[in-house]
Design a protein around this ligand. Sequence first.
Ligand SMILES: [Fe+2]
Length: 162
Amino acid sequence: MDPVRALCADHDELVMRLQELEDLCVRAERGAEPPELAAALGAMIDRLREEVDVHSNKEEIGLIPVLRSHRLPEDLLETLLDEHEGVRAHVHDFAIEAGLWLSGGRSREPAWIGPARLARGLLSTHIQKENLLVFPLAERLLTAEERAEVADAFARLDGGGA
Ligand SMILES: [Fe+2]
């Protein structure tokens, strides 16, 4: 698959995951207790961390280094990388707090809702920026050789190598 289209498909998956995350936040706000959310929230912790990591790595290791040789709006790539760090930090905080809540530690208050929504907000705007600005630029700028290079990097990352 074309590597930029593959990243778009990842984004669609992530948007669905973020909606599931918001659904969990709403259920907790409405009073759902840890045992009711254990299975779904436990799965969300693992899946969100994994998907954000694999997807961010594809862009950081595969796409962004290739884009550096092209003329792009100033600071665009650095902004994207900063946003990746921000999303990873919010997802990390969410995972820690959700784990504590599920195990009955610290507090009965679902303190994971705050970082979950921060992750959702930042990742949503980041995805829109990439879909509307970065990917169209990449489609226009990348040569056939660069596309193949990016696709090879993605295949290594999807396979768990590299
Ligand atoms: Fe990104």
